[in-house]
Ligand binder design. Structure first.
Ligand code: KG4
Ligand code: ZN
Length: 331
């Protein structure tokens, strides 16, 4: 079964062809990072326009690279939400146009289900499974008892972890997106400031990063005002240690409580080297998996894989009337 995945929820236009929910034949990602960098973050109106400019080319390239034609496609899976509504609608309308023209079934996929299923490309999911979702818009612990079954155990009460990374990077005058920059500098610095670890011992599985973010920004501001010398790398390392302590501690606790067979990490921040290392070091009795680097940040292969499982589970989920939903609920 050949699935064509389409993802345009934020600032990447991506189309992918995946065979039998596993084998990625092509995964074309047209990134707009260079354009948004000048503004220090994603500008929604510009993102929509760039999707319009690039999407047809991305469709063509994905088919060409996979060496297939639209006649070979059995299912189209497109990100339905959450995300920027203008961006979502470009991918959805392109996907629906192809589906209608070629009479191909089409399913709408939750963006976070896609991030979770990025793990399934290189590793077979085993249930019950715990997913730590860490991206620019989400920080959640999700329990899965079977394919495409999601129960939210806890989530951030304010900033998503990727968002906190990006904001701190901006204060430190690092280029957008800041996550990878902070991650790199953290590897060169020391945990000199030992920042607070909010909610680390709370009885629930919720997170909070906005207080930590303000703490880091205020300290930076004070040091600058007093003209004191400091190493940006130490700031990055101290922040990263605090964040990863919280994420790993809570994930381990939930994994034990729900006796999961495996832990998977999903979303852009799954690329973080400090998080990868600490997860493996602190959790040794339960297997921990991360997607390959290329499938951590937004891409259409993960949407195709999730769409495949969604359609297998419920073939009636094909829906030509699907529409963008910027606040789509995973559960
Ligand atoms: O999943 P993603 O591509 O988009 C969303 O769905 O949000 O995640 C993007 C986020 C950004 O906040 C980016 O700074 C962060 O993932 N990110 C990282 C790293 N690579 C990407 N954060 C920390 N360390 C990284 N290595
Ligand atoms: Zn994403």
């Amino acid at each position: 079964m050949l699935v064509m995945g389409v993802e345009t929820s934020c600032d990447e236009s991506s189309v992918s062809i995946v065979k039998d929910g596993k084998l990625v034949l092509s995964n074309i990602v047209l990134s707009q990072i260079d354009i948004h960098q000048a503004y220090g973050g994603v500008v929604p109106e510009i993102a929509s326009r760039e999707h319009v400019k690039g999407i047809t080319r991305v469709f063509d390239q994905a088919l060409k690279k996979a060496n297939v034609t639209l006649d070979d496609i059995d299912l189209i899976a497109v990100t339905e939400g959450p995300g920027l509504i203008g961006s979502l609608l470009i991918g959805i309308n392109a996907a629906k146009t192809v589906a209608l023209d070629r009479q191909i079934p089409i399913v709408g996929v939750h963006h976070i289900a896609g991030h979770i299923y990025a793990n399934h490309i290189s590793n077979e999911l085993e249930f019950p499974c715990l997913a730590l979702v860490v991206s620019g818009g989400h920080t959640e612990l999700i329990l899965m008892k079977e394919h495409m079954d999601f129960r939210k155990l806890g989530e951030t009460q304010d900033d998503a972890v990727g968002e906190a990374y990006d904001k701190i990077a901006r204060v430190l005058h690092l280029p957008y997106p800041g996550g990878p920059q902070v991650d790199y500098l953290a590897s060169l610095g020391m945990d000199k400031y030992h920042f607070p670890r909010p909610l680390i011992d709370s009885p629930d599985y919720n997170f909070s990063f906005s207080g930590l973010k303000s703490h880091v920004i205020n300290l930076h501001h004070n040091l600058m005002q007093r003209a004191e010398e400091f190493e940006v790398a130490d700031f990055c390392r101290s922040f990263q240690e605090a964040v990863t302590d919280i994420l790993v501690h809570k994930t381990k606790k939930a994994a034990k409580e729900y006796q999961v067979k495996q832990i998977i990490v999903a979303g852009g921040v799954a690329a973080n080297k400090g998080l990868r290392k600490k997860m493996k070091e602190w959790i040794q009795d339960i297997p921990v998996f991360f997607p390959a680097m290329e499938y951590c940040t937004d891409n259409a292969a993960m949407i195709a894989v999730a769409g495949y499982h969604q359609y297998q589970k419920n073939p009636t989920s094909s829906n030509m009337m699907l529409n963008g939903n910027s606040r789509l609920n995973l559960e």
